[in-house]
Design a protein around this ligand. Structure first.
Ligand SMILES: [Zn+2]
Length: 352
């Protein structure tokens, strides 16, 4: 079994347009056509058995529609190894209500993207979302670091992730909203006390000593994509220990290894497409501990096959590789990794 914790697909009707638009914004080349079938073909070619799909709502009004479509995707294609997360947006009005619905629909977590969604990861809107996810036991995958499509925009730096985790741990996320008018009264009352207490309890139980695996802890994790922060890797390395001490943090390997595939428009010089080399990659993983790292490719923007080969070719131990490539993910996803797909994929000889 190989689980890719960071992929993207788009609804059939808009896939071609979305891929075209996003590849021109980032001047990078897509490696699938953006559809579910395109991802499945890429998975088969790469030897990946399960892909977690992370939908991004770029406007608040899209959230329920995206979540409905993602629930249908899970229903229809969960057996093929596609596992979609839900989405949330910092401007969404009924956050608690929608996140409860997300949990009840069987989602294991949500994706947020501070850069695309125009708010800081450690600002009040995202803190509120994180706090409710901690209470409900939902995983949160956040874009972290810079974004290739928005040069210079800082909304999810590693220091901001650290600040967010500390605010959550200290229970200040709720208190800082008191007296503010950011949220409707009813919603605020409902969440404040219960949310604060449950989140604080869940978070305080989570130590960061390497001997404790995530399975022993509560359901919430803050998963920082792109090795903790795209092209903020020096800061990630410096803050790794503090991040681990501040709360239940994990990182994924998406779009961070080797070099990214540039569009043939001459925008990127070859030198500029280079990301982490093997030594830096391994040292960041060791700083967090392999039990806090998830394999992710960012397909269609990164290749599952190349990312997998990259991990395999490092001098991480076999045990570390197993944690990264499937064990951590399987533990986090629980029932969402269906026995059906497991059995089916073992026919292809990719089971490990
Ligand atoms: Zn991504």
């Amino acid at each position: 079994m190989i689980i890719d914790f960071h992929t993207h697909t788009f609804p059939e009707k808009i896939a071609a347009g979305a891929i075209d638009k996003l590849s021109h914004t980032s001047h990078s080349r897509a490696l699938t056509d953006g559809t579910e079938n395109g991802l499945l073909a890429h998975m088969r070619m790469s030897g990946v058995t399960h892909s977690v799909i992370l939908p991004v709502a770029t406007a608040a009004r899209q959230v329920p529609r995206i979540n409905d479509a993602s629930a249908r995707l899970n229903e229809a294609r969960g057996g093929e190894g596609l596992i979609s997360f839900a989405s949330m947006h910092p401007d969404f009005a009924n956050v608690r209500e929608e996140l409860v619905r997300v949990r009840d629909l069987g989602f294991r977590g949500i994706k947020i993207h501070p850069v695309y969604q125009g708010a800081n990861l450690d600002g009040p809107a995202f803190l509120r979302i994180l706090e409710i996810c901690a209470e409900l036991g939902l995983l949160v995958v956040t874009h972290a670091g810079l974004d290739i499509g928005f040069p210079g925009v800082v909304r999810a730096a590693p220091s901001m992730a650290l600040h967010a985790l500390r605010e959550l741990k200290n229970g200040r996320a709720s208190r800082m909203r008191e007296g503010g008018s950011l949220y409707p009264e009813k919603e605020r009352e409902a969440s404040m006390e219960a949310g604060l207490q449950t989140a604080a309890k869940a978070l305080s139980e989570i130590g960061c000593s390497p001997s404790r695996t995530p399975a022993e802890n509560g359901g919430f994790r803050l998963i920082l994509a792109h090795m903790g922060g795209w092209r903020n890797w020096e800061e990630v390395a410096i803050l790794a220990q503090s991040l681990c001490e501040a709360g239940p943090v994990m990182i994924d390997t998406a779009f961070s290894t080797g070099a990214f595939p540039p569009l043939d428009d001459g925008y990127w010089k070859e030198e500029e497409t280079k990301m982490l080399g093997k030594r830096a990659f391994v040292s960041i993983i060791r700083a967090f501990g392999a039990h806090r790292v998830l394999f992710g490719s960012d397909a269609p923007w990164g290749s599952q096959k190349d990312t997998l080969d990259f991990v395999e070719e490092t001098d991480l131990t076999e045990t570390e590789k197993a944690f990264i490539l499937w064990k951590n993910a399987e533990r986090l996803l629980g029932n969402n990794v269906t026995s059906h797909s497991r059995a089916k994929h073992s026919l292809f000889g990719t089971g490990r």
